[in-house]
Structure formats: structure tokens, C-alpha cells
Ligand binder design. Structure first.
Ligand code: PLP
Length: 417
């Protein structure tokens, strides 16, 4: 163990970590039952509706709607919240592309506000300076499943009369002050894409506490149809009556069945991931040059979509993060540097390649994403941020010990890294 695996030494680990997705015969049977029923779409079956009820209850939302994916969910939520052409929406730059492009696809303007370097979540201290007369909403992202500082975000939103749409695409089961993520602002949005902790390959979900907002997203996701109020008779013509500019963003019954089945194992998986993340927080903090993220007291449950931690070359003989990652991978630990760029540095933003959504850009020649600077995010992307996957966190304590041992070994040999 004394030589780095990078230089021919024995790796700390040769076994793989748990694979993703996790499934059992029960998942297969649940999907097979839907297939055999012949009721494959939600307009004929009842399984998606059952999943909606179960997931909304699990998350603590009064209302829930399943949709095709998180990206569409964000767009529908923004439109339902009243976002219109040229409105500004505050978003963080350290997130998946869709958090910002959903704003563009709502015909609105993403305004990037930097992250807190201790949490990598939207920094509430910087929000007010970004508010203009055009600002209509804040879209915090509970990144990696750890809650944003919602108390401060809600206070700012109230003061400036802004909507809050939570990007809870990593937030299944996550809690802020014991309140489910996605159930704190006006609307919340989740993703069930393949890498996610609750998945059907693809899928999304919108939560809200407001019955009117629910009816709007229900209509938007179903071609602008109106849902008959409970007890009201359904006119035969209602299927071809379209009241809003909606589309077909409905989830299939097969996805609903798989999600309903997967949801049963989620609480235990969250407990495993959280216990492992807390162990890593404790142990990695002891290694020079490694800094786990701050866990605030308001994070009452972390859904742990990723395990984030920070690299400081000063603790590793000045070697760059890329050398650390190569050394860790050679030791058998799959560490990722995460996002390579803040979203505003992506070509789509630098060149404002916004397809048909350019109406507002003509009145905003001042808007140049090339001039945006978010130093904490730039550092996280360029040299500091490190990710471990959620499936690695499903491993045993022994697996986590391997992670810690590999980091410590690489650190001890940093001069030769
Ligand atoms: C933070 C965040 N927001 C939005 C999305 C979009 O979700 P989907 O891939 O289901 O469209 C993702 C997906 O990766 C995400 O990570």
C-alpha cells in the first residue's frame, strides 16, 4: 500500500461499488401488471395518479403532478407561477443546464447569482443585489439534495414580492426544518432521470400547496385541457377543448408503476446514504487539503444525491485537482470533478443561442453572459469541487473506509502524485 496505484502500487480497492439502478422482481411485476392491463397511458390507467398521491404524501406536499421530466416540470412551474416574456428569474450557476434553460424556454431571463462556497447552494447574501424591477422569481436549487437557506430566501421573496420555485430535482425525501423540499416555496420540481435516487429512467414531478397552481400545471401538462372538478360530469367534448397553451407532458403508467415500486425502498436508502455521508464528513475533515461541505442545522434530512467535498492543493503539495482525481481513480475510487463550467460560461449562454426564445433579447442588449462573474462557482468548477455518486453512498461502512483510506493514502504521497 505504500506506492500509489498510479505508479504501480496496489490499489486500495478493486471491488466495484453498488450499481445503479437497484431493482427487484417486485419492480418487474409492477411494470408487467400495467403492460398486461393494456392501460398504458395515464388518461386510461390509475397508477400514475396513485404514484402522485404517494410521492406528494412522502414529500409532504398538498398536491403533486407527475410529468415527463424535471426540465419540463421547471418550465411548467415557471409558466404557472406567472413568469412572462422578459421577466428575470434568479438562478444559481452551479447546477445542471436545465435549471437555467427552463427559464429561457419560459421566455424569461436567467440572472445568475453566485453560490455559497461552503455549501455550493445559492448564496442568499448576494440575492438582493441582483434584484431589478424586472425580477419576478427566485429559483433556488437544493443542490445534491441539501436544502438551501430557505428562511432567508423566503424573506427576500416576500420583501420583493417574488415567486419561489424550488428546483428540488435532487431532493426526494430531503428536508428543511423538517419540511419536505419542494413544499416550501410556491412550486417545487423533481427529476426521476436515470441517475436520480428515485428513477424510472425518465420522469418528473411538480409539487405545490396551492390548488389553483395545481390546476394550472395539470392543464399545461395535458394540452391545456381543464380537469373536471370532483363530482362534475365530464362533457364528451372536453377531450378536444383546450384552454391554455399546454402540451402533452404526461407520464406513462409503466413509469408510474416503476416509481411507485421504487419509492418503497427510498426511505431505507436515504438512511444508508445519510449515515455514510456523515461518516465521510467526519473522517475526510481530518485529512489535510480536504474540506467537506457545511451542513447547516436547517438541513434536517439530506437526500444525498451526490457527496460533495472540496479539494485544496495546499494540502496536496500544490498538485492540481486533476492529479488527485487520477490518483483516486487508480486507487479504485470513482471521484468526479463535477461541472466543468458555471452555466453562464456555457456556449448556449455566451452566444445566447436561445432558438425561438429571443423576443426579450432584443430589448436587452445590455445582457452579456460573458460579463457575469461568480467567483465561488468558478472556483468550484475549475479547481475545488469533487463529487462521489449517490450509488457509492449505498455501500457498507467498509466501503466508506476504503474511500477515506484512499484519500489519506493519496494525501500522504501527494509529492509523488
Ligand atoms: C438540478 C437539476 N435540475 C433539473 C434537472 C432536469 O431534470 P430532467 O433530466 O429530469 O429533465 C436536473 C437533471 O439532471 C438537475 O440535476
Amino acid at each position: 500500500m505504500s506506492t500509489l496505484a498510479l505508479h504501480g502500487g496496489n490499489p486500495v480497492r478493486t471491488k466495484p461499488f453498488p450499481r445503479w439502478p437497484v431493482f427487484s422482481r417486485a419492480d418487474v411485476r409492477a411494470v408487467a401488471r400495467v403492460i398486461e392491463s393494456g392501460l398504458w397511458g395515464r388518461t386510461t390507467g390509475k397508477v400514475v395518479a396513485k404514484f402522485e398521491e404517494a410521492f406528494a404524501k412522502f414529500q409532504g406536499a398538498r398536491h403533486g403532478l407527475a410529468v415527463v421530466n424535471g426540465t419540463t416540470g421547471l418550465r411548467l412551474a415557471l409558466i404557472a407561477a406567472g413568469i412572462r416574456e422578459g421577466d428575470e428569474v434568479i438562478v444559481p450557476p452551479y447546477t445542471f443546464l436545465a435549471s437555467a434553460t427552463a427559464v429561457v424556454e419560459s421566455n424569461a431571463v436567467p440572472v445568475f447569482v453566485d453560490i455559497d462556497p461552503e455549501t455550493y447552494n445559492l448564496d442568499p447574501r448576494l440575492i438582493e443585489a441582483a434584484i431589478t424591477p424586472r425580477t419576478r422569481a427566485i429559483m433556488p436549487v437544493h443542490f445534491a439534495g441539501r436544502a438551501c437557506d430557505m428562511e432567508r430566501i423566503l424573506a427576500i421573496a416576500r420583501k420583493h414580492n417574488l415567486k419561489v420555485i424550488e428546483d428540488a430535482c435532487h431532493g426526494w425525501g430531503g428536508r428543511w426544518k423538517d419540511k419536505g423540499l419542494g413544499c416550501i416555496g410556491d412550486l417545487g420540481v423533481f427529476s426521476f432521470q436515470s441517475s436520480k435516487n428515485l428513477t424510472a429512467g425518465e420522469g418528473g414531478f411538480i409539487t405545490t400547496q396551492d390548488a389553483d397552481l395545481l390546476e394550472t400545471v395539470v392543464s399545461l401538462h395535458n394540452c391545456g385541457r381543464l380537469r373536471p372538478r370532483p363530482g362534475a360530469s365530464v362533457a364528451a367534448s372536453a377531450w378536444y377543448e383546450h384552454h391554455l397553451l399546454g402540451g402533452n407532458h404526461r407520464m406513462t403508467e409503466m413509469q408510474g408503476a416503476l416509481l411507485l415500486s421504487q419509492l418503497k425502498r427510498l426511505p431505507k436508502q436515504i438512511a444508508t446514504r445519510e449515515a455514510n455521508a456523515r461518516y465521510l464528513d467526519r473522517e475526510l475533515a481530518k485529512i489535510p487539503g480536504i474540506r467537506p461541505m457545511r451542513r447547516d442545522a436547517f438541513v434536517t434530512r439530506d437526500s444525498c444525491h451526490l457527496y460533495l467535498f472540496r479539494y485544496d492543493p495546499a494540502g496536496f503539495a500544490g498538485k492540481p485537482r486533476e492529479r488527485f482525481i487520477a490518483a483516486m481513480q487508480a486507487e479504485g475510487i470513482p471521484v468526479s470533478p463535477g461541472y466543468p463550467l458555471p452555466l453562464y460560461k456555457q456556449p448556449v449562454f455566451l452566444q445566447k443561442q436561445f432558438g425561438p426564445y429571443t423576443g426579450w433579447t432584443h430589448s436587452r442588449p445590455d445582457l452579456d453572459y460573458g460579463k457575469v462573474r461568480c467567483p465561488a462557482c468558478e472556483k468550484a468548477c475549475a479547481s475545488e469541487g469533487l463529487w462521489l455518486s449517490q450509488s457509492l453512498l449505498l455501500g457498507s461502512r467498509r466501503d466508506m473506509e476504503d474511500v477515506v483510506e484512499a484519500v489519506a493514502k493519496v494525501q500522504r504521497h501527494a509529492t509523488k502524485m
